[in-house]
Design a protein around this ligand. Structure first.
Ligand code: CP3
Length: 335
């Protein structure tokens, strides 16, 4: 029985599926050990054997319903020929944006540059047999933010700056959408059986721009994934009550709520969709009693819904691996 697929596609199943965004990552000592020996993050994402090992690390420890491929949303700008580096402090920095070079990158050029990502997926698929393997992409807007801003918008962001050259913005948006669809196809072909779309910076958009830069581009990608008969999960982080419009326009199979979304509001306002996540990753830094209360709160609120346990953003590096085990078991033992 595939509990996760049944839940995403809204079929009855017994038990609540559970996995964690960033379940492979810096909170795991076995990841940090590999990372120490591999200071170049992009190169690490292009090492099929290490991609396999890192992807499987959390599955070796915890009773999870899925693996998520170890990679990064910034492999798309990298594959399109923009320089991508992870500097000290783990912050990404991108090189000069050369529109013509990007537009002239053919599908073959792109695939050749990041082929090891797909080889890594094949390796994982061989090893985990018929377990779920989640492939992922960044949404067009979130990739545009990194490509034009060239650094995380956390510190330095101005919306007008991103859209001031409308011709560039529109051309880049089309190219990125097309490349995302290609990247999705290749991940599915290599063995991914669910796709998640991360629109991590959707919350930076003024409300009146959500339709153009968030809803429409996500809808294009979602329709493409649905046409392949593969379930799709969307994560339009930070858009507040606009989650309801997102859901009715984009119609993904599953929607991941962030930690700012009130779960009771979500239960009442997000219809005909399964819901994933929500719990603030900071809660996992508290003591087990507090964690249990908060986890059970989400499980109780969504007990009548198709619900997948996950967080409202990625696992924080300070999280103890034992906490992930504790939470996984809480979900597993929920009657
Ligand atoms: O979820 C998983 O376990 C799969 C792997 C995964 C990574 N990045 C590995 C990673 C996934 C799904 C991502 C997606 C990603 N990457 C997003 C969308 C999700 C989100 O967090 O909002 C974004 C915005 C990025 C871009 C990115 N990659 C940033 C901003 C950073 C640095 C800061 C940070 O959040 O860690 C990364 C680096 C990165 N990607 C690490 C990992 C394990 C840490 C890198 C390290 O060890 O140096």
């Amino acid at each position: 029985m595939n509990r996760l697929i049944n839940c995403i596609t809204n079929k009855k199943s017994s038990g609540i599926p559970v996995w964690f965004m960033r379940q492979a990552g810096r909170y795991l000592p076995e990841f940090r050990e590999i990372r120490k020996k591999n200071p170049n993050f992009i190169k690490l994402c292009l090492d099929k054997k290490l991609v396999k090992d890192i992807t499987i690390q959390p599955l070796n420890r915890f009773n999870l319903d899925a693996a998520i491929i170890f990679s990064d949303i910034l492999m798309i700008p990298y594959g399109l020929g923009q320089k991508v580096e992870f500097k000290k402090g783990y912050v990404p920095e991108l090189g000069e944006l050369e529109l013509n070079k990007i537009i002239n990158t053919t599908q073959e050029n792109f695939i050749n540059k990041i082929q090891p990502v797909y080889d890594g997926i094949k390796e994982v698929r061989k090893e985990i047999k018929n377990k779920n393997l989640i492939g992922f992409v960044g949404a067009p807007w979130t990739l545009l933010v990194y490509m034009i801003n060239r650094q995380s918008p956390k510190k330095n962001f101005n919306f007008e700056n991103i859209i001031k050259d409308q011709s560039l913005t529109n051309k880049l948006l089309r190219k990125v959408e097309e490349t995302i669809c290609l990247h999705v196809d290749k991940q599915i072909e290599a063995g991914a059986n669910i796709i998640q779309i991360f629109d991590s910076w959707a919350g930076l958009l003024p409300k009146e721009e959500l339709d153009k830069y968030c809803f429409k581009p996500n809808l294009k990608i979602v329709n493409h994934i649905k046409s392949k008969n593969i379930p799709v999960i969307c994560f339009p982080k930070g858009i507040g009550k606009s989650y309801a419009d997102f859901n009715s326009i984009v119609r993904p199979d599953c929607i991941n709520i962030d930690y700012e979304v009130d779960p009771i509001w979500a239960k009442q306002n997000l219809n005909k969709v399964s819901i994933q996540g929500g719990l603030d990753p900071k809660i996992l830094l508290k003591n087990n009693n507090d964690i249990k209360k908060e986890v059970e709160n989400y499980l109780n609120i969504f007990s009548e819904k198709s619900y997948i346990f996950n967080l409202g953003h990625g696992v924080l590096p300070e999280t103890k691996p034992e906490t992930i085990e504790f939470v996984t078991n809480l979900v597993r033992n929920k009657k």
